[in-house]
Design a protein. Structure first.
Ligand code: PNS
Length: 164
C-alpha cells in the first residue's frame, strides 16, 4: 500500500492545504494528514482542536486519515510505513526551506521520498498566518477556509479579544 504523509502545523487548515491533501489522496492509496505537536501556546488552536477541525473538513476523502505526531517527521513517517512525504510549494520563497528539509530528511532516511506538489494558482498567496491576521482585523476569510474553520477562527478570535 502506498502511504503518503502530509505534514504541517495546520493552524488552521486552509483551502490551500485541502487542495494538496486531495491531490495527494489521488496519488496514494492512503494519506495521513499529520499535525505537528509544536508549541501550541503560540497557536490559535490546540493540537486536539486542529486534529478535530481537519477531520471535519477532510471527511469526504475516503483514504485520508488525520493524526498528530511529536517526533522527527522522518521517524514518524518510517513508523507509519510511509513511502512518501508530500508537501505543497507555493512560491520560490517556500523553496529554500523546503529543499533543505527534504535533503535533510533524505539524509536521515533515504528510503522515504519527499515530493512537492505545486500549489493551485488560486491558493498561491494563501497561508495560515495570513488567514489569522485577516480574521483578527475583521477581514473576510470566506474564500480562504471552509465554513467550519471560518466559524472556529472567528469564535476563537472573539474569545481571545474578550480575555485581553
Ligand atoms: O506547516 P509547517 O509549520 O510549515 O510544517 C512544518 C513541518 C511540521 C513539516 C516541519 O516543521 C517538521 O517536519 N517538523 C517535525 C520535526 C522535524 O522532523 N524536523 C527536522 C526537519 S529536517
Amino acid at each position: 500500500m502506498k502511504i503518503g504523509i502530509c505534514p504541517g502545523s495546520f493552524d488552521p487548515i486552509t483551502y490551500g492545504h485541502i487542495d494538496i491533501i486531495e491531490r495527494a489522496a489521488n496519488i496514494c492509496d492512503k494519506v495521513i494528514v499529520s499535525v505537528l505537536d509544536n508549541d501550541s501556546k503560540k497557536a490559535l488552536f490546540s493540537l486536539e482542536e486542529r486534529v478535530r477541525l481537519i477531520k471535519e473538513v477532510v471527511k469526504e476523502f475516503d483514504n485520508v486519515e488525520v493524526e498528530s505526531f511529536n517526533s522527527l517527521l522522518i521517524d514518524y513517517a518510517r513508523e507509519r510505513e510511509a513511502l512518501v512525504i508530500i508537501k505543497g510549494l507555493r512560491a520560490v520563497s517556500d523553496f529554500e526551506y523546503e529543499f533543505q528539509m527534504a535533503l535533510m530528511n533524505r539524509k536521515l532516511c533515504p528510503e522515504i521520498e519527499t515530493i512537492f506538489l505545486t500549489t493551485n494558482n488560486r491558493y498561491s498567496y494563501l497561508s495560515s498566518s495570513l488567514v489569522k491576521e485577516i480574521a483578527k482585523f475583521g477581514g473576510c476569510i470566506d474564500k480562504l477556509v471552509p465554513m467550519a474553520i471560518n466559524e472556529a477562527v472567528s469564535k476563537r478570535i472573539k474569545e481571545s479579544s474578550i480575555k485581553s
